[in-house]
Design a protein around this ligand. Structure first.
Ligand code: ZN
Length: 322
């Protein structure tokens, strides 16, 4: 099968790899569409904490079941499915706490094991979710980034009627904006780039107000410094975007501000299996619209060009077809 293989930092090739048979508890998926995100850019250009080389990347996968192992009973060949990118142990403290994204034995597709930048990928049946009836694959592929947003809003304890300030209006920021609104909260977008504000109606450049929840969806130290100043009493700052290796990641936080205003700073990383199901439901019933976010549909083998678009923030969501 044809695939993309990352061999080192900023070194990937288009190559042929053998397609192995699924193990008894695995499913072979024929990849229909895969999404490209900033994490892939970071993984290819800079490496990543969880990356083991050589590797086929790709953690946003929607496809059709091509073959299955002998123990797989709940799925059939021909089913359209989304793949939750993690494999978790189910018995460590994080797993028992319903936070399998933090499982100490977590294996992530495209990082620890081969992902979907290929014609086929083998995944454990445990990680597979059938698409809601009639949902188009290219919309379902948003389930992965949307899941990460739902995890962040869950950690932020976002409730109806609350105000949520979201820094950055890229793909993640836009999904956060729409998902918070779907939960009955009032969303505000803080995004200086005019091209990025197109999909979001109202925005604030330097908001003269505070928010119950602030989510930083842009890898910028400046955004974090601004967001913490915009927290309301009892407010929660969600550390959604990591900062790159080249950033200065030290910043000053007033612990007295947190103390007097009873504020919380909390991280959010990845997503759990349940968020995949929730995300697919939101996409299928239209409570979180995604179609207008697709800016490019490209061949998987034009990856270098696609990466440049992500680098230049030239598009919104880029979909790749093997
Ligand atoms: Zn675990």
């Amino acid at each position: 099968m044809k695939c993309i293989q990352v061999r080192g930092i900023n070194d990937f090739i288009i190559t042929e790899a053998p397609l192995s048979n699924p193990m008894v508890d695995e499913i072979t998926i024929k990849v229909l569409v895969t999404g490209l995100c900033r994490t892939d850019l970071k993984l290819i250009r800079d490496g990543h904490r969880d990356l083991i080389l050589p590797r086929i990347p790709g953690e946003e996968v929607v496809g059709v079941i091509y073959a299955k192992g002998a123990d797989v009973t709940e799925f059939n060949e021909g089913d359209f499915v989304y793949v939750y990118p993690g494999i978790w142990c189910g018995h460590c403290p994080a797993c028992k706490n319903n936070a399998e994204n933090l499982c100490r034995e977590m294996k992530i597709m495209g990082f620890h094991r081969d992902g979907g930048f290929a014609e086929y990928v083998n995944v454990p049946a445990q990680s597979v979710i059938r698409l809601p009836q009639g949902l188009e694959p290219e919309l379902a592929v948003f389930a992965e980034p949307l899941s990460c947003c739902l995890n962040a809003l869950e950690i932020g304890n976002v409730r109806a009627g609350q105000s949520v300030g979201i820094w950055g209006a890229g793909p993640a920021g836009t999904l956060l904006y729409r998902a918070a609104r779907a939960m009955g909260a009032e969303s505000f977008s803080i995004e200086p780039d005019e091209r990025r504000r197109i999909l979001i109606g109202g925005y604030e450049t330097c908001p003269d107000r505070t928010f119950d929840v602030c989510v930083v969806a842009v890898g910028s130290k400046h955004a974090y410094e601004e967001a913490i100043q915009k927290l309301a009493p009892l407010g929660r700052l969600i550390v959604f975007s990591g900062l790159s290796f080249s950033d200065d990641r030290q910043m000053t936080v007033s612990f007295n501000q947190l103390h007097y205003l009873e504020q919380t700073v909390v991280g959010a990383y990845g997503c759990c299996f349940r968020h995949g199901k929730q995300a697919l439901t939101h996409i299928a019933d239209g409570t979180v619209p995604v179609r207008d976010m697709i800016s490019h549909r490209m061949s998987l083998y034009g990856l270098e060009t696609a990466l440049k678009y992500v680098e230049q923030r030239a598009g919104m969501k880029i979909l790749l077809y093997p």
